[in-house]
Design a protein around this ligand. Structure first.
Ligand SMILES: [Zn+2]
Length: 177
């Protein structure tokens, strides 16, 4: 698994090449924020932030690297990027990343699904945020999907598979004596 992780940096978009070695942490508050977010989601990876890198340069390779450059990205969309990378962390901890290199799209779409699911678990509109993230990426970078991650429609629609975004009806009767 480590061999795969070392050679494949798991990022949000394919248009920006991940930086193999990101700079040292320059700020404390974003690092604490994203560490708290990761721990809440169950990701135990070390979190490294850098305000010299854009949020879209964030990636996971055994550690979470989150770009915190103040470049005007809406905070809630930056959080969706972080949740996507945290999704890769959770895939790694679940031991399912071994075959990433053979079929990356499965894992990338699953990371999108996890991002929406985690957002909904935080009582946010994960479906809308996932949609808005890719509209923002399109409008800002001209990003329209890619082979490794999937099409725009495929990525946006992953919220349909996010359980926390679609709570099941109450199955058990209420206890009323
Ligand atoms: Zn990814």
């Amino acid at each position: 698994m480590r061999k795969v992780i070392a050679t494949v940096l798991l990022c949000l978009l394919a248009l920006v090449a991940p930086i193999p070695t990101i700079g040292a942490t320059n700020t404390t508050t974003p690092q604490e924020h994203y560490t708290t977010l990761a721990r809440w989601a169950g990701c135990r990876a070390e979190v490294i932030t850098s305000d010299e890198h854009s949020i879209v340069e964030s990636f996971y390779n055994g550690k979470l690297y989150i770009g915190t450059m103040p470049d005007g990205v809406p905070a809630e969309l930056a959080e969706m990027v972080a949740l996507h990378e945290i999704g890769h962390c959770l895939q790694d901890q679940a031991g399912v990343l071994d075959d990433y290199a053979w079929n990356p799209q499965v894992y990338e779409l699953d990371a999108d699904r996890r991002a929406a699911d985690l957002a909904c678990a935080r009582h946010k509109d994960g479906a809308k945020l996932l949609h808005d993230l890719f509209v923002w990426a399109y409008e800002t970078y001209g990003y329209s999907g890619d082979y490794a991650h999937g099409t725009m429609a495929e990525r946006i629609s992953q919220s349909m598979n996010a359980p926390a975004c679609h709570p099941a009806p109450l199955q058990a009767p209420l206890l009323n004596g």
